[in-house]
Design a protein around this ligand. Structure first.
Ligand code: 5GP
Length: 204
């Protein structure tokens, strides 16, 4: 029987470097697929529709909500974000491991439906570093940076629900950590029960 894929949920405050870490992990670890979210947020320079996000109008997004197309959806920083359900289920059924890069409220909705998924929280080791990174990034206004920092404190309260914390003070180290988590999860005995049974029941 083909193994169903593993769902990996990657969260962490804005400025933690999730996107960069994920980009590097995808170069390193084979067989991973990334779910492309829908959002009402405007594209940033360089972002491509269908690759970074499915950029949708408010009406289009609401239509997707009404059609029950989302695994989860949230409002964040005055914009809406959602994980399209069909795409994730298709990939998992094909045996691909799927990564969702989503914020903590959405992650808790996914957790209720998918207790078997693996939850990884990415963060720099201290709040000052987060502050510095958000301000240096320069893609957002000072007001938005301040809002994102404030929200980070709320997001930190959710850490208790995550299986792993991956510290991102050094990009390479964090990429190694997340890659190691993925490889270890893939090799868990309970995820390879059929192989384990076959080996255990070999006739002597
Ligand atoms: P950004 O606007 O910086 O791309 O993303 C803002 C936040 O929304 C990030 O924390 C990101 O992980 C989160 N996010 C992106 N897509 C989704 C989604 O589909 N669902 C949820 N719950 N959060 C998302």
């Amino acid at each position: 029987m083909e193994r169903k894929g593993i769902l990996f949920v990657l969260s962490g405050p804005s400025g933690a470097g999730k996107g960069t870490v994920l980009h590097e992990v995808l170069q390193k670890v084979q067989g991973l697929a990334v779910s492309v979210s829908a959002t009402t947020r405007a594209p940033r320079p360089g972002e491509i529709n269908g690759i970074h996000y499915h950029f949708r109008t408010k009406d289009e997004f609401q239509q997707m909500v009404d059609n029950n197309e989302f695994l989860e959806h949230v409002v964040k920083f005055h914009n809406r974000y959602g994980t399209p359900k069909a795409q994730v289920e298709k990939l998992l059924n094909e045996g691909k491991d799927v990564v969702l890069e989503i914020e903590t409220k959405g992650a808790s909705k996914v957790r209720r439906a998918n207790p078997d998924a693996v939850y990884i929280f990415i963060t720099p080791s201290n709040y000052e570093e987060l502050n510095k990174r958000l301000n240096v990034r320069g893609t957002e206004s000072p007001e938005v940076c301040a809002l994102r920092l404030k929200i980070a404190k709320t997001e930190y309260k959710s850490i208790r629900y995550y299986d792993y914390i991956a510290i991102n003070d050094n990009l390479d180290e964090c990429v190694n950590t997340v890659s190691a988590i993925i490889l270890a999860e893939r090799n868990k005995r309970r995820r390879n029960a059929e192989l384990a049974d076959n080996l255990m029941t070999l006739k002597s």
